[in-house]
Design a protein around this ligand. Sequence first.
Ligand code: ZN
Ligand code: ZN
Length: 458
Amino acid sequence: MSSYVRIIGAASLLDPASGVDGPGEIWIRDDVIVALGAGRPALGPDDEVRVLDAAGTTITPMFVDIHVHLREPGGEESETIRTGTAAALRGGYCTLYAMANTAPTCDRPEVLRTVIERAREAGPVEVVPVSSLSVGLRGRELVDLEANAAAGAGAFSDDGAWLADERLALEALRWAGRNGAVVMQHCEDFELTGSGVLHACSCVQRAGLPGIARDAEDRAVARDIRLAAEAQSALHVCHVSTAGAVAAIRGARAEGLPVSGEVTPHHLVLTAADAVAGGPDFKMKPPLREQHDVDALIEALADGTLDAVATDHAPHSEARKAGGFLTAPFGAIGVETAFPVLFTQLVQSGRLPLRRLVHALTAGPCRVVRRVAPRLVVGAVAQLNFLDLVTTRPVDRAALASRSQNCPFHGQLLAGWPAASWLGGVLHLHGEPGCVRYRTLPGGAGGRKPPSGPLRDT
Ligand SMILES: [Zn+2]
Ligand SMILES: [Zn+2]
């Protein structure tokens, strides 16, 4: 006897990387997709079928975020692995790559293993630790890259800092090139940043605040592309924010270099003027730039020059953010609002096709970190988002699952909230109860037996 879940009632199934875009059903057995679209499994006389009504939602693979900060160990007043992954699940994410700037730094196997173990205890969202490149993020000596890779590091990055030392950066890239590993650089020349807090432009100057010029990013990106070419290694550029950095990545790719880039939701929809008006929750690294940078980022995401949307989810407690622009730490939370923000502001406005957005949250980031992406294909493990593209509701930072509330989208009226996700063999409800739900079809259509067993909704 087999037990199936038959998902009916979806407005659409959408997995651009698999060429899936249209109506149909999904059948799951033992947490694996066994039929899709118009396909049906051959049912035996004793098989049991539970029917799940997708209630007009759009079903996509779950999302993968290759750049978050979960703050644990050491920063638990701002976020924990449990609260960060809970927020991510509600945002539709099944996998997170957690950056290494924790306390202690994630620079050795014991810390990597701790992160992996705590995430397993916390819930169904997978956390892949990113190892730092340098010991203690100090930029003076490289970590034991080999040992950290063996302990489960999914990538290597000094994010929060830039590995400025050219000799060390080249050595790390050479090792990565030989071993098929991924180096992610937070490209920022800190000498150029100086005491800057927001983007260097006239509106920030008028507000009397020190600025961070585009050059701080552009020069670091150019340097790292040069080193990656020399080392014959892949390079991933974190949180691209300037038109110049986009042009440099586009040029490198045109020459055939394996350079990838990610962009955050906030850099795709907000500017320095929004930051000046909005307060310290809009202070992040790199800073929010100007409209022509935003336009270049959207264009690069649309044409594939930028592979991935990554949130750079960076929780900071209210107390730490309270000090005003000059003293507040850099960063904004983002995993729970990423899809609704981008769906509402870019897809509904006609600036980005929905399939590009879904690709940049699924297959795009997985290609960067060289992992198998969640997919809507027969044989894949079921990791599904049920996206409600119709209902709008405002962002309420107090209602988010993150332990911190430094959200620059508070109060925005958004559509595209994930209503539910299927992960780990369980349906997780995020939105209004009763939207996506199990139900019995009249006449028992679809199954020989009525639904049974516990409905484990969370
Ligand atoms: Zn960074
Ligand atoms: Zn970061």
